[in-house]
Design a protein around this ligand. Structure first.
Ligand code: NAP
Ligand code: MG
Length: 497
């Protein structure tokens, strides 16, 4: 099939160097510098965006503070809901353009961008649009020492100005995960998208403006981690930081946040164990496991990257995995025939290729894949790759790869299996494939992971909490849990004597 034409609205959107969105206006970066956005399917630059630096961070934080204490504070909960529903409608109306922009800058297949990000983003904003009128305090029966009559109640208040720093793997929906609760709770935000995928966040800012959300409530700074992200996370007038990305940068953010003790939530890396029990429906389990690692070219924090298969079904599972890998069509995401796009960048491609080479040196057995497809030049493509690591010794069994590479290992004793599954510094997700109800729930209870999937993978819902144990993060996003992360609770005592 042919590569899709670029829609005329997208062409127009890309035609001028993109400005920063600060205080409801599109402004030049104070650095006067711009940087290119690359299409990872071709290696060609196709857009220019502003390079935000510390002075822009200061401007954006001031605009967010101004909105926080001014116009936005006066907007009633029902009106916040209405504005958010309007935003969800505008996202849906712009879905094709948003999908194409994501596919261009991230590389993922257009259909996955459309269904897996744009539709989901609208759903997330709609879910959170239901919250503003439901964020309640409580009245608490207190027991004052002197016996005087006392009324005690709590108020839930927005935490304030939030710094939102997001990665490139889900460049639109990651914004929604954080902007949903920001808008619902009445906070304001300075959003810094990843340097590889700044465009869709700017498109979203246009829709935020069009929805009538007051100036300064959401500000978008495109730029680099060191020049924009670092001063934002250290800023004394930021009240909270919500970050998704690598564990290494998460650690730097936690340190930077300590200066003014801003609240911190972190969604970090993973090396998630996926377990197949001998009684599982192997055809279904292998399909789910293949999707769990190959979706989004494996660039998913919850990628099913460690696959533990019972020894009695190992051969059958490997055969099925080989079939699913072979069925993928790897190529540009804007060709509707393709099911896997390129990795996001030359750097990411180098990292993944480096892991493949190390795994081979360390004695892991290559079942399929492991190279860039021969017919594709210029882009950062990688075949879906399956390794068998009998000894569980290779680096690919321990370290996050962030690419379409699964490490298969076999097991025989279930207690030892659970120990092996938990023997990692990460704790983001885990899964079990079985038809044995007792085993499913028993193992689910023992796995140290924020999400456990039984006979499924990568199911995420805006109503259900998501986050990591151990070094996979701090706090939970989504659901009612995240409302706590974006609000302060004030306890008010009234002496009625
Ligand atoms: P990353 O380097 O951690 O970047 C994430 C974001 O942080 C980007 O916007 C980045 O800006 C910014 N940043 C970099 N250095 C910073 C600093 N010193 N201070 C403040 N911000 C800084 O991660 P990535 O390369 O985008 O993505 C790959 C990693 O992210 C993987 O390890 C993966 O596990 C993790 N990830 C986790 C989740 C999750 O939900 N837990 C989701 C997606 C990805 P630049 O773009 O300029 O570097
Ligand atoms: Mg980075």
């Amino acid at each position: 099939m042919a590569i899709m034409d670029i829609f005329s609205d997208v062409q127009q959107f890309l035609s001028e160097p993109k400005k920063l969105f600060i205080g409801g206006e599109w402004v030049e970066p104070s650095s006067g510098e711009y940087f290119p956005v690359e299409n990872p399917a071709t290696g060609q630059n196709f857009a220019q965006v502003s390079m935000a630096v510390e002075a822009d961070v200061d401007r954006a934080v001031a605009a967010a503070r101004n909105a926080q204490e001014g116009a936005w504070a006066k907007v009633q909960p029902a009106e916040r809901s209405r504005l958010m529903i309007r935003l969800a409608e505008l996202i849906e109306a712009d879905a094709e353009n948003l999908g194409q922009i994501i596919s261009l800058e991230n590389g993922k297949p257009y259909t996955n961008a459309y269904k897996g990000e744009v539709v989901i983003t609208a759903n997330i904003i709609r879910y959170f649009a239901g919250w503003p009128s439901k964020i309640e305090g409580s009245t608490i029966p207190v027991s004052p020492r002197g016996g005087e009559p006392m009324l005690n109640y709590t108020l839930r208040e927005p935490v304030g100005v939030c710094a939102l720093i997001v990665p490139w793997n889900f460049p639109l929906s990651m914004c929604a995960w954080k902007l949903g609760p920001v808008l619902a709770t009445g906070c304001t935000a300075v959003l810094k998208p990843a340097e590889q995928t700044p465009l869709v966040a700017l498109r979203l800012a246009e829709l935020i403006q069009k929805a009538g959300i007051p100036a300064g409530v959401v500000n978008v700074l495109t730029g680099f981690g060191d020049r924009a992200g670092a001063p934002l996370s250290a800023h004394d007038d930021v009240d909270k930081i919500a970050f998704t990305g690598s564990t290494g940068v998460g650690r730097m953010i936690a340190k930077a946040a300590a200066g003014n003790m801003k609240k911190v939530s972190l969604e970090l890396g993973g090396k998630s164990p996926n377990i197949i029990l001998p009684d599982a429906d192997i055809v279904r389990a292998a399909k789910g496991s293949a999707d769990g690692i190959f979706y989004n070219q494996g660039q998913v924090c919850t990628a099913a990257s460690r696959l533990y298969v019972h020894e009695s079904v190992l051969d059958q599972t490997l055969e099925e995995l080989r079939k699913h890998a072979a069925a993928h069509l790897v190529g540009p995401g804007l060709d509707p025939a393709n099911t896997m796009g390129p990795l996001v960048s030359r750097e990411q491609h180098g990292i993944v290729k480096g892991y493949v080479d190390r795994a081979l040196n360390e004695g892991a057995e290559l079942i399929c894949g492991g190279k860039a497809p021969a017919h594709l030049e210029g882009g950062y493509f990688m075949e879906p790759t399956v390794f068998l690591d009998r000894q569980e010794q290779a680096c690919i069994a321990r370290e996050e790869i962030f690419g379409p590479v699964v490490t298969v290992m076999s097991w025989s004793d279930v207690d030892e299996l659970v120990h092996r599954a938990n023997n990692t510094p990460f704790g983001l997700a885990a899964g079990v494939w079985t038809n044995n109800l007792k085993q499913a729930h028993t193992i689910a209870a023992k796995l140290k992971a924020g999400s456990v999937w039984i006979n499924c993978w990568n199911v995420v819902d805006p109503a259900s909490p998501f986050g990591g144990y151990k070094q996979s993060g701090w706090g939970r996003e989504m659901g009612k849990n995240v409302i706590d992360a974006y609000t302060e609770t004030k306890s008010v005592f009234v002496d009625l004597s």
